[in-house]
Design a protein around this ligand. Sequence first.
Ligand code: NCD
Ligand code: ZN
Ligand code: ZN
Ligand code: ZN
Length: 447
Amino acid sequence: MPVDTVLYNTKVYTHGRLIEAGLAVDEGRIFKIAKETNLPPASAKLDLKGNVTLPGLIDSHVHLRNQQLAYKEDFFTGTAAAAAGGITLTIDMPNNKPVTMDSKSLRERMKLAEKRVVVNVAFYSAFPKDLEEVSSIVEEGAVAFKLYMSQEIGGLDVDDDDMLLHAFKDVGKMGAPIAVHAEDREMLENMRRKMEKAGRKDVEAYVKAHPPQAEIKATKRIIQLTKKSSAHLHFCHVSSAVALNAILKAKNTGYPFTCEVTPHHLLMSSEHLKRYGTLALADPPLGNKDDVKALWIALKHGSIDTLASDHAPHTMEEKEVESVWDAEPGIPGLETMLPLLLAQVNDGHLTMADLVKLTSEKPAQIFDLRGRGSLNAGNCADIVVVDMNQEYKIDSSRFYSKAKYSPFDSWKVKGKPVKTFVNGQLVMDEGEIVAKPGTGQIVRWES
Ligand code: NCD
Ligand code: ZN
Ligand code: ZN
Ligand code: ZN
C-alpha cells in the first residue's frame, strides 16, 4: 500500500538539525523521514523545490474571538491567518464574549470552532467562579488556564490571595499549566486615573499608566503564590527588564516557571509606539530600549521558553480614536510572526534551532501537546515549508485576519512560509488558503 504523500527535494529540520531528505506522510502522520530513494511509494508526490521544511508553529497565545466578538475575528479568519503564517496550532485565549470560564462555555466554543477552523486549535479557560469546576474544565479538554491580574476576567477575585492559592493548588493537581498576564490591577487603575485627570490622552500617557512597577509587582506576588502550590506558571508577554529578572531568578529556584515573549516586544520599543501610535499599542505596552536589550540577552542565553504572537485583533475603528483611553490594545500577529523571525535567522540574530525550539518544541512540551512540535516519524504531520531566500515587504492589506493593519506593515523581511500542512493536509499554498473550514482539529488535554 502506498502512503498518502511524499514531500521531496527539501531540507528537513529533525533531531536538531537540517538534513537533505524527504518526508512520507500517511493518515495525517509522519510515516518516515529519509533520503528520497529510501521513501515508500506514494499516491501523491510533491516537489518542495529545495525549500526548508520545519515543524508547524504552535502559537500558544492567540485571541481568535468569534461569538459576540466575531466582528473583530472569527474561527475561520483567525485560523486562515494562522495557516498563512505557518502556524499549525493555536491556543485560544478565554477573554471572549461570553468568557470561556466553565465546561459549558468551553464546550460551546469547541463546537463552534470544529466546523470552521483550518488549523488545529486548543483552548485556555479562565478560572471558574466555583473552583469545583476546575476538574471538569480540564476533563472537557482545556489545555491550560489563564489568569488576568490586570482586570477581572473569569470568576476569581484577582486581589484575593487565598482564593488564588486555592485555585492554583486545584489546577496543580490536574497538571495543566496556568498562563498569567502579570500587571497589577490597582496600580494600573490609579495611574490611569491620574493621567486622565491631567488631561493626557496620548500614547505616552498610556505607557506611563503601565509602568514596569505594575508588571514587577504582579510578577513577584504571583511567584510567591505559585511556590506554595504545585502549579506550573507560564508568564505571558514579558515586557520589562525588571519583571524579566524576577522571572529568571524564580526559574533558577527549580520551580516550574516558564515565560513567553512576543515578536513585537522583541523587535519594537516605545520609540515605535510614538511613531505608529495606537496601531502599535498592546498590553503590556512596548518597553524601552533597555527592556528590549534585556529580552534579547535572555533569549540568547536560552532563558526564554516560548515566542508567541499574542494575536489580538481589533477593528480599525477601535484603534483609530481620539483618546488613547478609548483605544483597544492589541496587535494582530499571526501573519507576521514567522516572517519576522525568519528574517532574524537570515540576519544571524537567531539560529534555526532556536526558532524551532521557541515556537514549536517548547510550546508542545509546556502545554503537553503530544505528538506535536517536532518532525519525527509517528508525530502529526503539522508542517511548514519556508523559502529562506524570498525578500519582500510585509503587506497587512493582504492579511486573512479581519484586522488588516500592522505596525510591521512595509517592514522588509527575508524568508517566507510557502506551504502549510495540518494533519497531513495542505491548507496553505503560496499564500492561498486551499483547505475547507473544518480541516483543523480541536486538540484536547490528555490525562
Ligand atoms: C489582548 C486582547 O486584545 O485580547 N490585548 C493585548 O493588548 N495584548 C489582551 C491581552 O493579551 O492582555
Ligand atoms: Zn478546591
Ligand atoms: Zn495579556
Ligand atoms: Zn493576549
